[in-house]
Design a protein around this ligand. Structure first.
Ligand SMILES: Nc1ncnc2c1ncn2[C@@H]1O[C@H](COP(=O)(O)OP(=O)(O)OP(=O)(O)O)[C@@H](O)[C@H]1O
Ligand SMILES: [Mg+2]
Length: 269
């Protein structure tokens, strides 16, 4: 892959689902977006607009109905090995310990048990869970389970990291802590990230660029570059006047779409 090859390319990607009434529903319409290797892109948009669908297309879980999707210059036809996906729900297995849960990603990729376990041990430390190796998920807090999920995803050293509202269920303090951890781990990996969130502060604090999607069907409405210097302190950055100006810009763009989505929702119901 040369420097000019995008890590992810969506070229007029469209997704049409069959709807319950026998018709069809367009969830994404001609979404065009390039994500560079090592770039952190966050995606915001009204609920139901097609953000998760966009991640499904990049990950190969769903085929595009039109347009093209490629990863590292190769058209996506199945789930690319270089993609890590962190879902909104926990993906931990309740009957496995922390270290065995973290090792899963490697075991699925055919790494032997002893090596997987030793690398998992290392990752458990890196996400700050040292001492909890033998705990089961139900013995952990929500924030700790997210740490397990991060280690589970990052241990495979993905070139592309897809994250769907990963911290949405956490309280504000834990969420900020996890954002800081994610930035620290990402800086060490230089993976390209697509991170979906409803939290504009999170979207701006993490991103190199914030993508604002339209109300359904999703298409790219605005892209706001975030040139705030890195490394960033996510608690402090919110108070920066440049941050507030970006917040205003993203919210002005998103607000119109939220209103459109609400009006459509009301007319449907
Ligand atoms: N497999 C599917 N079959 C039919 N329709 C689907 C399917 N997956 C998603 N949709 C529809 O596509 C639209 C977009 O869904 P999607 O999950 O991408 O939204 P979203 O932007 O992630 O929303 P939220 O912010 O609430 O998570 C929704 O109307 C949804 O019902
Ligand atoms: Mg979603």
């Amino acid at each position: 892959m040369t420097q000019s090859t995008p890590a992810i390319r969506l070229d007029r990607a469209t997704k049409v689902f069959p709807s319950a009434d026998g018709g069809s529903f367009t969830a994404m319409r001609e979404v065009t977006l390039d994500v560079a290797p090592g770039e952190f892109v966050t995606v915001v948009g009204p609920t139901g607009c097609g953000k998760s669908t966009t991640l499904s297309l990049i990950s190969g879980l769903e085929p595009a109905s039109g347009g093209h999707v490629s990863v590292a210059g190769t058209p996506v036809t199945s789930i690319p090995a270089t993609v890590g996906y962190m879902f909104q729900q926990d993906a931990t297995l309740p009957w496995r310990t922390v270290v065995d849960n973290v090792a899963l990603g490697l075991r699925f990729r055919g790494v032997g048990k002893a090596e997987a376990r030793s690398r998992a041990n290392d990752w458990v430390q890196r996400v700050g869970l040292g001492g909890f190796e033998k705990y089961y998920p139900h013995q952990l807090s929500g924030g700790m389970r997210k740490r397990v999920a991060m280690a589970q995803t990052l241990i495979t050293e993905p070139d592309i990291l897809l994250m769907d509202e990963p911290f949405g269920a956490l309280d504000v303090q834990t969420r900020e802590l996890m954002q800081g951890e994610l930035l620290r781990l990402w800086a060490g990996s230089r993976a390209a990230v697509v991170f979906v969130t409803h939290d504009l502060t999170e979207a701006i604090a993490l991103a190199d660029r914030v993508v604002v999607m339209t109300a359904a069907p999703a298409t790219v409405k605005t892209i706001v570059p975030v040139t705030l210097p890195r490394p960033r302190d996510v608690d402090e950055i919110r108070l920066d006047p440049a941050f507030l100006a970006l917040y205003r810009q993203v919210w002005d763009s998103l607000r119109e779409e939220v209103e459109i989505a609400r009006t459509k929702g009301a007319s449907r119901g």
